[in-house]
Design a protein around this ligand. Structure first.
Ligand code: SAH
Length: 235
């Protein structure tokens, strides 16, 4: 069985890895949206003391926010250079995070049912088979556990904002960061989550203004959005 990875995607992130923690770099948008997406997680539960795995963690911007909240945190990614950066940064920040180069699918084979929370943000649009990652998320969770996903919608407005606007006009992200055909409609993400056996409990639009560098959450999911789901407890 071949792993659910796209080597070109992993290289893309690998090449930029040294700048991951520079808030003025290509990763500026991830730094700027981080408090809002961590806040979305906080709205649903207090993760202090819980076992959390961050899938596609990259250099660890969200992973560290989870660890700072007192979660027992694991971060996984398939690109080597971002993981190295993540490990060094956690050391400097004096945070204990278990960083590993492993796919969600392989970790689910090894550690099924062992996490209270799984986060998978800005990652699904970079893999060949997002539904397989979502199935792995369901397997990783304990019954009653909660998952968080975020990605970019696929429609003309999302193309104009997230690709043309961000990559060509504002030059926030390198050209080719996002491919239109890999973007994911909320209905698709919702169906994959349901098919995996997860119960979707919420969805929010995420709006980032690169000029003010502020992020707002609301009900407009036409471009960036977050979704949360729970793994039902079987009686
Ligand atoms: N989740 C982080 C980083 C997003 S960038 C954040 O939001 O801050 C997307 C990350 O997904 C990159 O680090 C890339 O290496 C990783 N990735 C891509 N395909 C992957 C796969 N199949 N398994 C694990 N990580 C993957």
């Amino acid at each position: 069985m071949t792993a659910n990875i796209d080597p070109a995607e992993l290289e893309k992130f690998g090449a930029l890895a040294s700048r991951w923690w520079d808030p003025e770099s290509e990763f500026k948008p991830l730094h700027d949206i981080n408090p809002a997406r961590a806040g979305y997680i906080d709205e649903h539960l207090n993760i202090a003391g819980l076992k959390v795995v961050d899938i596609g963690c990259g250099g660890g911007i969200l992973t560290e926010a989870l660890a700072q909240r007192g979660a027992q945190t694991t971060g996984i990614d398939m690109s080597e250079a971002p993981l190295k950066v993540a490990k060094l940064h956690a050391l400097e920040a004096e945070l204990t995070i278990d960083y590993r180069q492993i796919t969600a699918e392989a970790l689910a084979d090894e550690a099924a049912g062992s996490f209270d929370v799984v986060t998978c943000l800005e990652m699904l649009e970079h893999v060949p088979d997002p539904s397989s990652v979502i199935q792995a998320v369901e397997r990783l969770l304990k019954p009653g556990g909660r998952a968080f996903f975020s990605t970019i919608n696929r429609n003309p407005k999302a193309w104009a904002m997230a690709i043309v606007g961000a990559e060509y006009i504002m030059r926030l992200l390198p050209r080719g960061t996002h491919e239109y055909r890999k973007l994911i409609r909320p209905a698709e993400l919702n169906r994959w989550a349901m098919d995996a056996g997860l119960k979707v409990t919420g969805m929010r639009g995420m709006h980032y203004n690169p000029l003010t560098r502020r992020t707002r959450l609301n009900d407009d999911v036409s471009v960036n959005y977050l979704l949360t789901a729970v793994k039902p407890v079987v009686e």
